[in-house]
Write a protein that binds this ligand. Structure first.
Ligand code: CUA
Length: 335
């Protein structure tokens, strides 16, 4: 952090550069910066951008000038140019060298800032999967949108259940891959309450462009209230069917099981109650509550004909009252 503070003090020029480009807080290129580390991205971005503008203009202008001035004309002899100029070569080597060293420095300082979360950060687990986000809070509460308190550093500990996804929050200048079998981290600190967009920015299959969520930044008291509400799904739903529908969504069941009759990786769950199901081992059974419960706890026990067992167990991840709500929801799909 000392290094970062040092740079914030010693590089006012770059910060001012960023400010010029952000008269309303944002620019044509970037949304208003809403996190305390946004400068880390903005400085290097605007530095490279203005440098590119400058050299684009300079080179194009000289090109046009030389084309006009030194074009071939009748009666004008070609002038023999100098073959070597130490001064000229030193100038066109050292100035760009200085400019790219500054580029590295500004970029490195930003990288250090983005990669070092403060020690006392609020940690949220993020699970990416085809094609939804699951955010899990320290108390076990799950959500499909990312809710965070304002003005506090938030660390995201992320992994993926299937393929590589990438979490991106443009307003916070945050972007980090989620890799199966590995944890990656990122962090941010929101500056003011509001609602921001969260995208998946790694192509991850058919539903990639639907892999969207919101970041909701609350005042601390509102956040605590939200956490309390969100944590008690059964207590805060009007009916068990409604609670079951929420649980279905939060646990990502819909990634593999449709509720409209179309088969996916797993069979559809529409209208299954009372149906006769045939299994891989040759046995069969009429779908009832016990069979649904068993399929959630031990997915491998009875695998439908025509499908492979790809479902993880939910043993220990879901309570009995929650299973009951899920069953009520599945039953409601029969109507
Ligand atoms: Cu997940 Cu793209």
């Amino acid at each position: 952090m000392e290094m970062v503070d040092f740079v914030v003090d010693t590089l006012p020029h770059f910060s001012r550069l960023a400010l010029v480009a952000q008269s309303d807080g944002g620019s044509f290129w970037l949304p208003p910066p809403e996190s305390v580390s946004a400068w880390a991205v903005d400085n290097v971005f605007y530095y490279i951008m203005y440098l590119s503008y400058f050299f684009f203009a300079l080179i194009t202008a000289l090109l046009v000038l030389f084309v006009v001035r030194y074009r071939r004309r009748p009666g004008v002899e070609a002038v023999k140019t100098a073959t070597h100029s130490m001064t000229l070569e030193a100038v066109w080597s050292l100035i760009p060298l200085g400019l790219v060293i500054i580029m590295f420095y500004v970029g490195f300082v930003g990288y250090v800032e983005l990669r070092s979360p403060p020690d006392r950060a609020y940690e949220i687990s993020v699970l990416g999967r085809k094609w939804s986000w699951q955010f899990t809070y320290p108390d076990g509460t799950m959500a499909t949108d990312l809710h965070v308190p304002v003005g506090e550093p938030v660390r995201l500990m992320m992994t993926s259940e299937d393929v590589i996804h990438s979490l991106s929050i443009p307003a916070f200048r945050v972007k980090m891959d989620l890799v199966p079998g590995r944890y990656t981290r990122t962090w941010f600190q929101a500056k003011q309450p509001g609602k921001y967009d969260l995208y998946c920015t790694e192509y991850c299959g058919t539903g990639h462009s639907d892999m969207l969520a919101s970041v909701v930044v609350h005042e601390r008291a509102d956040f605590d209230e939200w956490l309390k509400q969100a944590g008690d799904i059964l207590g805060n739903s009007a009916t068990p069917v409604e609670a079951g529908e929420k649980l279905f969504r939060l646990n990502g069941c819909g990634s593999c099981h449709s509720t409209d009759g179309t088969p996916r990786i797993g069979p559809t769950l529409k209208g299954i109650f009372g149906e006769e199901h045939k299994f891989l081992d040759g046995s069969s059974l009429t779908v009832d509550e016990n069979y649904v419960r068993q399929s959630i706890m031990e997915p491998g026990a009875k695998v439908r004909e025509g499908y492979k067992n790809q479902m993880p167990t939910y043993k220990g991840r879901i309570s009995d009252p929650e299973i009951t709500a899920l069953i009520q929801y599945l039953k409601s799909l029969n109507e």
